[in-house]
Design a protein around this ligand. Sequence first.
Ligand code: MG
Length: 158
Amino acid sequence: MQFRIGNGFDVHRLVEGRELFICGVKIPHSLGLLGHSDADVAIHALCDALLGALALGDIGKLFPDSDPDFKGIDSKILLRKVCEKIDAMGWKVVNADITIMAERPKFRPFIDTMRASLADVMQISADCVSVKATTTERLGFTGREEGIAAMASALLCR
Ligand code: MG
């Protein structure tokens, strides 16, 4: 059996007047993430981890923000497209692990819903999808609540 590992990282700015989507789940919050798509920073990091495992570039290359087709798009659709690409190459996702860095809101009540959401899109068991959240101790742009960052790792096999 062959294995490939990938990692991904993404940041989006927090602004007023946008809804907050993380891991495909709408989270009640006074601020949302700014972006061409729904700005789901965690899904973007996950897509980059999956693409990185197969050295396929990144989501900016696959889904350019200059393309009006992707304006406001649900990032779950982007993740689905990435998974279809992986499937077509004969690879399967073994597991994925995501860390969200944000001062607020508290994500704990939503973690299992997020795992189920991602597992559903990737068509794998929720046991194989880990979502964690951490503050950065009020340090840096995440600590000042100027933005949210996410990192992800993914393992593929065939
Ligand atoms: Mg992004």
